[in-house]
Design a protein around this ligand. Structure first.
Ligand code: PLP
Length: 418
């Protein structure tokens, strides 16, 4: 039997039934026009292949549906050439072998939990992990018979004492969300490996460029592509990356069973932004260090929690393990300022928008009351004098002279000297 008309995904976009005979009646022509679009168009843009159904060339292909040997493609939700191009591009940048796309960064976190854990398993989660990750773990602990135990992100080799025979997974985040501690991932991975425990890192802050998890023996990396990879504050997407084939197959299977996929249009938007990712990160890095250093001289500020500055817990691990820093850091204001005064400072900023999802061109600021976000007594760390409220800052791509002037004016108006 000869092959049927078919879109060849390796060629430039063409009409879906190019070369078919067409029908006699308008309605058939409307559905199957015998178009003849000239081949040979080339550009730097990757085509956006949309498709719910995948069209097979013959029944043998359909029956093999995506076994990888006979035919790669299976169904629109699982992969299109556009999503596959994004997976390959991301894998290359971070040094993975496999990537899977999810509808959000949190979706990527959820896939790791659901694909790798079952009732009775134990997972260790640092208490500075991205908040919704912690809530996801707490939900699984409540309703799905998994034990989820928080650990101090600066625990290092001490993690070994927390590992039980049921421990299956250790989460890490470097640096952690909001409070920015950089963990000793080397020590944690060594302990995990010696006990046969999987490790996963939320590597969103470094965008997979400044921290190379797979070179350090970490099994799984999660990226919120929503942030730097998209770069436009207009796409929500996540990725789970790994090197190991067996882990990838588990993740892939559960992603399929859950019906979790992404739109090729959104993949296109991320693909469009990836060529500028390293230069954007370098620009965020330069600007954020300049603003952070200016802030470290201010009398209103008692700590600048930027991994490249010595105040940040784990600064030495950042120096050992990272090749750069990015745009997100935090400051701890003097305890003489009330929460209301700190809120007024944030609201007085004109160039820093109030919002959570960083990674785009616009600077952001959010105040956090850290005491309510982690175990009692663990904040502020011992020995920190006059530590008050925390403000997380994201430095976008505006001119730092304007950003610094904005911070100065808002501080001088809302955070009076004693
Ligand atoms: C934003 C973020 C996520 C979640 O990404 P979404 O796409 O917004 O769900 C996960 N981890 C970290 C560290 C993040 O900053």
């Amino acid at each position: 039997m000869s092959d049927r008309p078919h879109t060849d995904p390796s060629s430039a976009p063409s009409a879906s039934n190019a070369g078919s005979e067409g029908g006699d009646f308008p309605q058939t022509l409307a559905v199957q026009p015998p178009l003849n679009v000239p081949p040979g168009f080339a550009s730097f843009s990757y085509p956006t292949y949309r498709g719910s159904t995948v069209v097979f060339r013959n029944l043998a292909e359909l029956r093999a549906h995506g076994d990888g040997a006979t035919t790669y493609w299976r169904y629109g939700i699982h992969a299109t050439p556009t999503s596959e191009a994004l997976c390959q591009h991301l894998s290359m940048l971070e040094g993975a072998r496999h990537a899977l796309l999810l509808p959000s960064g949190l979706g990527a976190i959820s896939l790791v939990y659901f694909a790798l854990l079952k009732a009775g398993d134990d997972v260790l989660v640092p208490y500075n992990i991205y908040g919704p990750n912690r809530e996801h773990g707490e939900w699984l602990a409540r309703d799905f018979g998994i034990t989820v135990r928080p650990y101090d992100p600066m625990i290092g080799a001490g993690i070994e004492d927390l590992i039980t025979p049921n421990t299956r997974l250790i989460w890490m985040e470097a640096p952690g969300s909001v409070t920015m501690e950089v963990p000793d991932t080397e020590a944690i991975v060594a302990a995990a490996r010696s006990r046969g425990v999987l490790t996963a890192i939320d590597n969103t802050w470094s965008a997979g460029i400044y921290f190379r998890p797979f070179d350090k023996g970490i099994d799984i990396s999660v990226q919120a592509l929503t942030k730097y990879q998209s770069g436009g504050s207009d796409v929500l997407m996540g990725a789970v990356l790994c090197r190991d084939d067996a882990i990838h197959q588990k993740l892939r299977r559960v992603r399929m069973l859950m019906g979790w996929g992404v739109s090729s249009d959104d993949c296109y938007l991320v693909l469009r932004a990836l060529p500028s990712l390293p230069v954007r990160l370098a620009a965020h890095d330069r600007a954020a260090r300049e603003v952070a250093e200016w802030l470290s001289q201010r009398p209103e500020v008692v700590k600048v929690l930027h991994p490249a500055l010595p105040d940040c817990p784990g600064h030495d691990f950042w120096r050992r393990d990272f090749s750069g820093a990015t745009g997100l850091f935090a400051i701890v204001l003097h305890a003489r300022y009330t929460r209301a005064q700190v809120d007024a400072f944030v609201e007085a900023l004109r160039l820093f928008a109030i919002g959570w999802s960083w990674g785009g061109a616009h600077s952001l600021a959010v105040p956090y009351h850290v005491q309510t976000m982690r175990p009692a007594g663990s904040w502020p760390p011992a020995g920190w004098q006059h530590a008050g409220e925390l403000v997380r800052l994201y430095i976008g791509l505006e001119d730092t002279r304007d950003l610094i002037a904005d911070l100065r004016v808002a501080m001088e108006r809302m955070l009076p000297a004693p």
